[in-house]
Ligand binder design. Structure first.
Ligand code: NAD
Length: 513
């Protein structure tokens, strides 16, 4: 394990080149586990955003990329996947030192997910219906009709700090697969891995197809969202910023996908196998210190199992080791920033004030060797009611709210009683019962006896205020596609055209010119 980090300077990646900010300014990227400065990064301006959009626009309009045959583009996607695998160690390192994600998770999951997504979409575009022929219709008259699916154009992607590389890939892979060009703005805590990813991708795509610009959301993000030459916005982040982005994108009626916050319910049924459900619940809520949008933060437990479940959860939680994310022995890493740590501690205080019972954690943790880092003990509240603030608002930290129920329908009602609808889960030995519950849960993904398991060929996204649209799977290709209907009349004579009688009525037959 190394904690001594060399400070590098990263510029924007535009048109295949590293470019400093127009203001010449940089901002600091700090390791949240140690407080060390790890990089200086170009601080973008709206002028830089314009520059990046122009590069992406030219690369799109020039046509080489968008007109490439699907088979050739699939080969490029495979090439990107191999390059990601070749650079796995460097990418994982940049991700860990900036996001605080453990190298254990990034190495054994995130990199594989990225490789798999590029390869899965490469396979999908070989079968994608880029051109479909419709049967000759009796109405509105004989015609050849096609549906063509085309790229949308310049796609602006805006990403959060929690899973920077994976979430960037959810946007970049389908955008490129369909022949679009991309400008991505990563979160300012975590731009490093996305910048490196752009360099890797740009070694196999034409200049201008893949661009990254770092900087503040308010200036650079908003410049992208309102830019007239940007055709689509793909955003992942908080529901609050999502609302603003949706409003701003309305100015130019941009195609928009939003992946937003969550407060996901996790229901243990009476017949659940607790040997699996309890560690599964902790994996669902404490992975990445709870800084995951689909974390299972509200746990519904039947009366009959309540004490046993709480006891088991507390005992298992005490075994989790907080530490430096670069150490493979670390189970849980830091919180991204002092500000986020204070937000989480504020929610813990609110839980106590509202009368929930703190049964473990609840404090800032001191981690040897990481004294300047931001850590919070994995925290469990019992006697929580679904109306409490800690059960309704997204905390984005390692805090589990345990809520008691006596009737499954009541648990489902409470599970759905939230503005969010990203994920949900149910633990039971009875698969039919599980499907019945899954059918009633309002969420974009329902895990049965599992959590956080996402597949490249299955869609991910939210119901309600957790978002609009889906990422991954075939659905993500549709989200980066424009649909065009092309109609060719087969009628030989003027009189046999349906429209002739509609406009000319009694004047039919006087159409000679
Ligand atoms: P955030 O909304 O604060 O920021 C996300 C991104 O938006 C950042 O790049 C930021 O710079 C940018 N931004 C901020 N203000 C902007 C503006 N006015 N215009 C344009 N861009 C702007 O979110 P965060 O704190 O980085 O991430 C945590 C949030 O992300 C949580 O709410 C979490 O649930 C959500 N999230 C959702 C998913 C999902 O797939 N649904 C995945 C991960 C995270």
């Amino acid at each position: 394990m190394t904690t001594q980090v060399e400070v590098q300077t990263f510029y924007h990646f535009i048109n295949g080149n590293w470019q400093p900010s127009s203001s010449q300014e940089t901002f600091n990227v700090v390791n949240p586990a140690t407080g060390e400065l790890v990089a200086k990064v170009a601080k973008g301006t709206s002028e830089d955003a314009d520059h990046a959009v122009k590069a992406a626009r030219e690369a799109f309009d020039q046509g080489n990329w968008k007109n490439m045959k699907p088979k050739e583009r699939a080969n490029v996607l495979y090439a990107i996947s191999y390059k990601i695998a070749d650079h796995a160690e460097e990418l994982a390192y940049l991700e860990a030192i900036s996001s605080g994600g453990t190298v254990r998770r990034i190495g054994s999951n995130d990199i594989l997910q990225m490789v798999d997504l590029f390869q899965t979409l490469a396979k999908f575009i070989l079968e994608y219906p880029f051109s479909e022929t419709l049967p000759v219709p009796p109405f509105p008259g004989p015609a050849h009709n096609f549906i063509w699916r085309e790229p949308i154009g310049v796609c602006a992607a805006i990403t959060p700090w929690n899973l920077p590389m994976v979430i960037a890939t959810w946007k970049i892979a389908p955008a490129l697969a369909m022949g679009n060009t991309v400008v991505i703005k990563p979160a300012s805590y975590t731009p490093l891995s996305t910048l490196k990813l752009a360099e890797i991708i740009s070694s196999v795509v034409p200049p201008g197809v893949m661009n990254v610009i770092s900087g503040p959301g308010k200036e650079v993000g908003e410049a992208l969202v309102t830019h007239p030459k940007v055709d689509k916005v793909a955003f992942t982040g908080s529901t609050e910023v999502g609302r603003r982005i949706m409003g701003l994108a309305a100015g130019t009626i941009k195609n928009t996908t939003l992946e937003l916050g969550g407060k996901s319910p996790n229901i243990i049924l009476e017949d659940a196998d607790l040997n699996i459900a309890l560690p599964g619940t902790l994996f669902g809520v404490f992975l990445h210190s709870g800084q995951l949008c689909e974390s299972g933060t509200r746990l519904f437990v039947p009366d009959k199992l309540y004490d046993r479940v709480v006891q088991g959860l507390v005992s298992l939680t005490s075994k989790l080791k907080l530490g430096n994310p670069l150490d493979p022995a670390t189970d849980i890493g830091p919180i991204i920033s002092k500000k986020q740590k204070e937000t989480i501690l504020g929610y813990i205080e609110a839980g106590k004030q509202e009368g929930a019972t703190l049964v473990c954690g609840g404090k800032e943790a001191k981690v040897p060797g990481c004294e300047a880092g931001h850590f919070i003990e994995p925290t469990i509240f019992t006697n929580v009611t679904n109306e409490m603030k800690i059960a309704q608002e997204e905390i984005f930290g390692p805090v589990l709210s345990v809520i008691r129920y006596s009737d499954v329908d009541d648990a489902i009602r409470m599970a759905n009683d939230t503005i969010y609808g990203l994920a949900a889960g149910v633990w039971t030995r009875d698969v039919n019962k599980a499907y019945e519950v899954a059918r009633k849960l309002q969420a974009g993904v329902v895990w049965i006896n599992d959590w956080h398991m996402l597949r490249s060929d299955a869609p991910f996204g939210g119901y309600k205020q957790s978002g609009i649209g889906r990422e991954m799977g075939k659905h993500s290709l549709d989200a980066y596609t424009q649909v065009k209907h092309v109609h060719t009349s087969m009628a030989q004579e003027l009189e046999s055209r349906n429209w002739y009688g509609i406009l000319f009525g009694q004047n039919q037959g006087r159409g000679e010119v």
